[in-house]
Design a protein around this ligand. Structure first.
Ligand SMILES: [Zn+2]
Length: 473
């Protein structure tokens, strides 16, 4: 056959014509899915999700299977697909000897459908940033991590690893050092941070375009912090302070957290509505952490030794859980009564906040020292607490998967099952809009486009389980 024989030309033509009809090819296709649209509180069925690498490249009505090719396909007939959950307040901490045990918490998040965590500061930042990078590259299984790095506190910080701001002249250097770590936001803490330096950090961070959130010194004024550019409040104490007309006179008494109980007693719902309207207008987020409040309020009454999840917590981290028990014993009845009252008022504040348009963030506060608030499970506890406080199931889901990305200005990448979003997905047996418990009926988790099925998740968990009381190395 010569080079230009008719047969050769025919084959060339055939090749090109096939190529013209060439099918789109994808890494992963999820067909027949019922997509949970949390923004509109509805289910869109008969959908196919096309994924290449770690990105959703197309979503639409089911189409002819001959029209595309894929390396992997999941038939999601009868299943529900939604974005992976975000836990917007976790901690990796406890010092260098607990680095390994902290790393072993990562699979727990995935097993409970959590594909992103917002780390709210600790003392093992270099390790956390290393895991973040490895997870992004697909070298390590775990949730995507956004981190504040070290906390900013006064010269006697409450937590090890914090950056000390004892004088206003320390502020720029403190922000330089967190910026150098390329953290995602700034977390402030009130070991002994002064109100002036708290305000100073917010103003300076605002100029640099850095987000600020955290604790507030009880001597400071929440509304002033908002006017300076505060972006968030972790826990409810600080919005609560702004909702009491007695706040200014109580501040003069220098009671610290001793002012919580009189603040609760003088809570004014009308003033609260003004505060929440301002928070909404200024786009200030709040992470209520209701579930840990309840867990700690009941810590002396509940025997946690039989908790099945304790088997997935390293013995070093378990030891740190003892601190809160000792603290509760010291505070005795008055301490748990204060926690119960705090839980009650926080729950009462959720509905009016939501109605005012305040962005609520679901965060568990899990991590070493935060006793029996298990990574993974505790976010589900937080979601049911938020629903119990009056949010609809769709509103509750938004506190995790929509508001989480919005706090970090990442709504283009996360928050829905749509073209252009990161392929972090949950495949569920049942509809979570009907019942939040259905969030725990997980068929598979897709993390950065990689499918982790139920058996993989089980194996991942098994690998970090304590065996017969012996530590895994
Ligand atoms: Zn925390």
């Amino acid at each position: 056959m010569t080079k230009f024989s008719p047969l050769y030309l025919f084959s060339v033509l055939l090749f090109f014509s096939c190529n013209n009809n060439s099918k789109e090819s994808y890494d992963l296709v999820i067909s027949n899915a019922s997509i949970i649209d949390v923004e509109n509180d509805k289910v869109i069925s008969g959908q196919t999700i096309f994924i290449s690498e770690d990105e959703i490249v197309e979503v639409g009505d089911n189409r002819d299977k001959d029209s595309y090719t894929s390396k992997e396909e999941i038939d999601a007939q009868g299943k529900f697909v939604m974005p992976g959950l975000w836990d917007n307040h976790v901690h990796f901490r406890g010092g260098d000897t607990l680095i390994r045990e902290n790393k072993d918490l990562l699979p727990l998040f995935l097993a409970y459908g959590i594909t992103t965590v917002r780390d709210a500061g600790g003392d093992i930042t270099p390790s956390v940033l290393k895991w973040k990078d490895q997870i992004d590259k697909g070298e390590l299984d775990g949730p995507t991590i956004f981190s504040s790095g070290p906390k900013l506190d006064g010269d006697q910080p409450a937590w090890p690893g914090s950056i000390k701001v004892s004088d206003s002249s320390d502020i720029e250097a403190a922000l330089d050092s967190v910026e150098k770590l390329e953290v995602d936001y700034v977390k402030m803490y009130d070991g002994n941070l002064s109100a002036e330096n708290y305000y100073g950090i917010i103003e300076a961070a605002e100029k640099r375009g850095l987000k600020t959130t955290g604790h507030m010194p009880m001597s400071a004024d929440f509304m002033k912090a908002i006017s300076l550019g505060l972006d968030g409040a972790e826990h409810m104490y600080y919005p609560l302070k702004a909702c009491s007309p007695a706040a200014d006179s109580l501040t003069k008494l220098n009671l610290g957290y001793g002012m919580i109980e009189p603040l609760i007693d003088t809570y004014d719902p009308e003033l609260a509505d003004e505060v929440f309207a301002k928070m909404s207008e200024e786009n200030v987020f709040v992470t209520p952490t209701l579930y840990i409040g309840k867990t700690l309020a009941e810590i002396l009454e509940v025997d946690h030794q039989q908790d099945s999840l304790l088997n997935y917590i390293g013995s070093g981290i378990e030891k740190t859980y003892q601190g809160r028990i000792e603290g509760a014993k010291r505070a005795k009845a008055s301490g748990s009564k204060m926690r119960e009252k705090m839980e009650e008022i926080s729950t009462k504040m959720i509905g009016p906040m939501q109605n005012a348009g305040v962005k609520i963030l679901a965060g568990s506060d899990c991590g070493a020292f935060n006793s029996y608030v298990y990574p993974g499970e505790s976010l589900h506890g937080e979601l049911s607490a938020l629903a119990g406080a009056g949010l609809t199931n769709a509103q509750t889901l938004r506190t995790s998967i929509v508001n989480g990305p919005e706090f970090l200005d990442l709504e283009d990448k996360y928050g829905s099952v749509k073209e252009g979003k990161v392929a972090d997905l949950l495949l569920l047996e049942k509809n979570p809009l009907e019942n939040l418990q259905n969030l725990q009926e997980i068929t598979a988790v897709v993390k950065n486009g990689k499918v982790i099925n139920r058996e993989d998740l089980r194996n991942m968990l098994q690998s970090v389980k304590r065996q017969n009381g012996l530590e895994n190395e």
